[in-house]
Write a protein that binds this ligand. Structure first.
Ligand code: M6R
Length: 610
């Protein structure tokens, strides 16, 4: 939520900040702002615009701002409406201190009241505005000193970028429960919420930890922890390029990412499949491999699409490892009293690795001494750094707000994890070999489904005016029904519900009529006959049905109104194939209805606030 960019160094060209901000727009896009120190005028110029970053860009064409340091910001509103006044950067009474903030200041009301009593004038409804005023109150010529004192008073989550015209040679940044990293250049430093923002400028980055503050000048970077002890940071090399984070000829990131799935699945498999012994290996789990032999239970925690991947994982793991497995949404898990025992592996799944609830759930388990594992796409992210051991997706940057390639990559890794844990237990060599062989076919099978995209587009055109949709599936494909419904609602704003098909008769079938289409996931697996009965029940009530089934199942055309065929594989891997038509369907309906599918309303790519 919200994107932060900062710069200090030899370059005075603020387009660096604008370009970085464009790449962070997925984090929030209701308004954008900037502030830059101009040494000649000895002042800080600021500009804000409601709407997308392009609006700020237009406004910047009317002025000739340049200088260093500078801050840029793209907002996803939490406190206060979408107005220029509420957009960051925020400043103090003298317009000396300027602050960008990602996160929430929980005790801002009491602080604001006190500051107002002291005579500070506020101009926004935001929680953030207390920060520059507190710094103003403490400022005695040294920005870090004042920031340190301010930090003693605020509570909540924050990634902060701070500059001041009264101590202009510095950019001060702070991190607490919101992502922030520092890019290292030659006589310059960049700051951003995410590496994709700065990868065109530098591939060398340092990740700040919670409680750390950095004071940057063009020549030096001083980092200290919460107790004011100096911290030495490792410099990491970003292993992907700026091209990876661009659209590559596709009209939307979402479509590009859907089409990239044969490759992202291949990357998830690379070097991890042992076909001869029917096993899987993960470098990232080697430190806990022996401990995994003795676990008796698995607990999976995640949010949104990653949670649905976890639900599929539960079916895989229970079927092949014999271990009881639970899957929870992180926002519930963290507020329950989770039972954390030595015999349990706690698995956290997150594309971004920065989702606030997932991170909080992870920390809760760590506090209680549980074994924590991660499946994470963004390298160096908070979840990746804080779990005991983990597996990277290597899916490349996922920019579209709707998660697509991360989901199929997560499913692929869950299948591999099932192999690893299953073969440590009762899973036979023959079963292991079948799974490894099938996994290796998946990228090609996905390619075959993607080749049908024109047909899926036609079906999407036919149904684009529907106002409701039901998605049903059973067993492995029940979570896929949930994911299909989520994809459609977030991209096309159509009301959609996902249900286990067996639940139809317990309520949702009351909704069915000629206007209420159902998407039925019915590969010819162990629950196929049951699915066919459910489809018949819907047809008997005149509900239109789009069925997704296996190639060669021509009989389905007699029952359903529209049929999409996918290749055959083993039951546990079906979800990876079944979800592809659902992603394309949601994408084409969203586009046909004229929506910005990469940046759906009210959403942000990375939910770093509760
Ligand atoms: O980065 P994460 O995987 O932790 O994100 C979790 C959810 O916020 C995310 O999957 C969300 O549901 C997607 N926008 C759905 O497409």
């Amino acid at each position: 939520m919200c994107g932060i960019v900062g710069y200090i160094g030899k370059q005075k060209d603020i387009r660096i900040g604008l370009e970085a901000l464009r790449r962070l727009e997925y984090r929030g896009y209701d308004s954008a702002g900037m502030a830059v120190y101009n040494a000649d005028a000895k002042t800080i110029h600021s500009l804000k615009a409601v709407g997308r970053v392009v609006n700020l860009e237009q406004r910047l064409k009317e002025v000739s701002f340049e200088g260093s340091p500078f801050l840029f910001y793209t907002r996803w509103a939490t406190h206060g409406g979408v107005t220029e006044e509420n957009c960051h950067p925020h400043s103090d009474c003298k317009n000396s201190v300027w602050v960008v903030h990602n996160g929430i200041i929980e005790n801002y009301r009491e602080l604001k009241e006190k500051l107002q009593q002291e005579g500070h004038a506020f101009h926004s409804e935001t929680d953030t505005e207390v920060i520059p005023h507190l710094i103003e109150r403490f400022f005695e010529g040294n920005l870090e000193e004042a920031v340190r004192k301010m930090l003693g008073l605020i509570r909540g989550s924050f990634a902060l970028g701070i500059i001041s015209k009264d101590d202009p040679e510095k950019l001060v940044v702070v991190r607490n429960s919101a992502p922030l990293l520092i890019g290292v250049g030659e006589n310059e430093y960049l700051v951003a919420s995410d590496p994709s923002a700065i990868v065109s400028q530098t591939k060398k980055v340092m990740y700040l930890e919670d409680g750390e503050m950095a004071s940057l000048t063009p020549e030096r970077c001083l980092i200290e922890d919460i107790n004011h002890h100096a911290v030495r940071k490792a410099i990491h090399e970003i292993d992907w390029s700026v091209e990876d984070a661009q659209k590559g000829g596709y009209s939307h990131f979402m479509l590009k990412e859907i089409m990239e799935q044969p490759e992202s699945i291949t990357n998830a498999l690379r070097g991890r499949v042992l076909p001869d012994t029917g096993e899987a290996r993960f470098g990232g789990l080697s430190v806990v491999r022996e401990r995994l032999r003795s676990i008796k239970r698995i607990s999976i925690t995640a949010c949104g699409t990653a949670y649905y991947a976890g639900l599929v994982g539960r079916y895989m793991l229970e079927e092949y490892t014999g271990l009881p497995c639970e899957a929870d949404v992180a926002s519930e898990f963290r507020y329950r009293r989770p039972i954390v025992k030595d015999d349990t592996a706690f698995l956290f799944i997150s594309q971004s690795g920065e989702t606030a609830d997932t991170l909080a759930a992870l920390r809760e388990v760590k506090k209680k001494g549980g074994l924590t594992l991660g499946i994470i796409n963004v390298t160096g992210s908070s979840v990746a750094r804080e779990t005991d051991a983990g597996i990277y997706n290597h899916a490349g940057p996922e920019i579209g707000v709707a998660s697509t390639k991360a989901f199929t990559s997560q499913l692929t890794i869950l299948a591999l994890l099932t192999l690893l844990l299953g073969r440590q237990r009762e899973m036979s060599l023959a079963d292991g070999q079948v799974v490894t062989r099938e996994l290796q076919r998946i990228p090609d099978l996905v390619k075959q489904i993607l080749e049908q995209r024109e047909k899926i587009k036609e079906i999407a055109e036919k149904y684009k005016h529907a106002e409701n949709f039901l998605f049903i599936g059973r067993k492995y494909n029940y979570p896929v029904a949930l994911e299909g419904a989520l994809k459609l609602k977030e991209i096309s704003y159509i009301h959609a519900e996902g249900y286990g098909a067996g639940e139809m008769k317990h309520g949702p079938i009351a909704l069915i009529d000629e206007q209420f289409p159902t998407i039925a996931l019915c590969p010819q697996d162990s629950v196929y006959e049951k699915m066919v009965s459910n489809i018949q029940e819907i047809k008997a009530r005149k509900g239109p049905v789009i069925a997704i089934t296996n190639e060669g199942n021509g009989g389905m055309k007699e029952i359903a109104d529209d049929v999409i065929f996918v290749p055959r594989t083993i039951e546990m891997l079906n979800p990876i194939l079944m979800v592809i038509p659902l992603q394309l369907f949601a994408y084409f309906i969203g586009v046909a209805r004229g929506y910005d599918v990469d940046k759906p309303r009210n959403l942000a790519k990375s939910v770093t606030v509760e």
